[in-house]
Design a protein around this ligand. Structure first.
Ligand SMILES: Nc1ncnc2c1ncn2[C@@H]1O[C@H](COP(=O)(O)OP(=O)(O)OP(=O)(O)O)[C@@H](O)[C@H]1O
Length: 253
């Protein structure tokens, strides 16, 4: 848990995004602070992925601003936007490993593509070090098809870390995993923050994941964040009918 929230890494203000008559984001404000794990909760289709895509410039907002490291993403040249993207690691919902490549080749791919002049020794050290840190050094020569879902997620996260991102975006990191493996992934998200000093946005439907990894939570309902705060604070706001209905729907069985 960060000792204080002083340094803002991301500042989102008044962001709106529609697809024809589908008004997905209707004025979103959100901050991400240095070394914070911020959990974004919201029903399926509420616009969580759209928000992430806006952050990395894969979509363009209709209104509002997104500042990352003090830079307005809409005002960046393509070259500067690409530079910024390299500081943002995106751990996809599916681990997005290439099936035809070994774990080593998968890990090397972003490095070889984006970092020039690395020696073979430097590449090996980096790949082996990251596989160690996610607890899977022995998988290095395996193919993705030989790995469990949890192992694929861990390697997907390790691969995202090869470019040393300052921001990590986790999209449904525990989706489709059994409860024990979920615990491993939640712990890994916290470990990544400790080891690599990342600031993270974690998109999840999983209440345990939210509680274990999140310093703060933000609940996206009807295109706006209706509640933002610690787990307890957001729960307290469950008196608000919209937030309550979200909780009742998702968590109270
Ligand atoms: N490129 C696009 N073109 C048209 N509509 C889109 C596009 N991307 C997203 N949408 C729409 O925006 C809405 C929000 O989608 P989004 O994927 O952000 O939801 P989500 O909250 O991430 O859902 P889930 O939890 O199921 O992943 C949906 O109605 C979706 O159909």
């Amino acid at each position: 848990m960060p000792s204080d929230y002083t340094k803002k890494i991301v500042e989102i203000r008044g962001v709106k995004k529609s697809f024809d008559e589908n008004h997905v984001l209707r004025g979103v404000d959100l901050d991400l602070y240095e070394r914070e794990n911020l959990v974004v909760l919201g029903k399926s289709g509420s616009g969580k992925s759209v928000l992430i895509k806006l952050m990395v410039g894969l979509l363009q907002q209709d209104e509002g601003t997104i500042n990352i490291f003090g830079q307005d993403t809409t005002k960046l040249s393509l070259k500067d936007l690409n530079k910024l993207r390299l500081k943002i690691g995106f751990a996809f919902q599916a681990s997005a490993l290439y099936d035809s490549m070994t774990v080593r080749e998968n890990m090397e791919f972003p490095l070889v593509r984006n970092v020039k002049n690395l020696t073979r020794k430097e590449i090996n050290l980096k790949v082996e070090g990251l596989l160690d840190s996610v607890g899977l050094p022995k998988t290095i020569n395996q193919m993705p098809a030989e790995l469990s879902g949890g192992q694929k997620k861990r390697i997907g996260i390790a691969r995202t870390l090869v470019l040393e991102p300052e921001i990590m975006l986790y999209d449904e990191p525990t989706a489709g995993l059994d409860p024990t493996t979920c615990i491993d992934i939640n712990n890994l998200i916290n470990q990544v923050r400790e080891e690599y000093n990342t600031s993270s946005i974690v998109i999840t439907h999983d209440l345990t994941c939210a509680k274990v990894t999140g310093d703060r939570m933000a609940v996206l309902i009807e295109g706006q964040f209706q509640a933002i705060g610690s787990f307890e604070e957001v729960f307290a706001q469950a008196k608000d009918p919209k937030v309550k209905s979200f909780y009742d729907y998702n968590f109270i069985q």
